[in-house]
Unconditional design. Structure first.
Length: 150
């Protein structure tokens, strides 16, 4: 008889735990800002003044607090990260922005084309001294969204 009571008790406890674990918990879902412009892109990067063309990866990612700005970063080639404003048509840019990794003043313009998974970006670095006096340097990038299959 004690064994039968224990078995019924165990079954009742198991059913209660199973029922409780299947109930839906309520919580407020928080949506973080994101855009279809975000991603890692493989680009052909051109520096016309130095006659350099190279294939690099750049990163476009959202700022933590808004839908109207992005970070444009190239961690490997330039070592640059610039905050830019974002428009509804996926164009972005900044005039007299600051590269937070180097402190250099930079103008950035660009556009992401989500329907083609592609990007075009132009940087104009102001008063950069590479050893031969201060000059402005332009960089141009055109590329596609990185899929990991390169």
């Amino acid at each position: 008889m004690n064994t039968l009571i224990r078995l019924y008790g165990f079954l009742a406890l198991s059913a209660t735990v199973l029922f409780w674990s299947c109930t839906e918990t309520e919580y407020d879902k928080e949506v973080l800002p994101t855009t279809e412009a975000s991603g890692e892109y493989v680009v052909e990067l051109e520096l016309p003044a130095l006659d350099i063309v190279d294939v690099q990866h750049i990163h476009v990612f959202n700022t933590a607090s808004s839908f109207d700005s992005l970070w444009i970063a190239d961690f490997d080639f330039f070592g640059t990260q610039v905050k830019v404003g974002l428009s509804d048509d996926n164009t972005f840019g900044v005039t007299n922005g600051v590269d937070i990794l180097s402190g250099i003043t930079v103008d950035v313009t660009g556009k992401v084309f989500p329907e083609k998974d592609s990007i075009h970006v132009e940087w104009l670095y102001r008063a950069v001294d590479l050893g031969d006096g201060e000059q402005d340097y332009e960089a141009i990038a055109n590329g596609v969204l990185y899929t990991g299959l390169d």
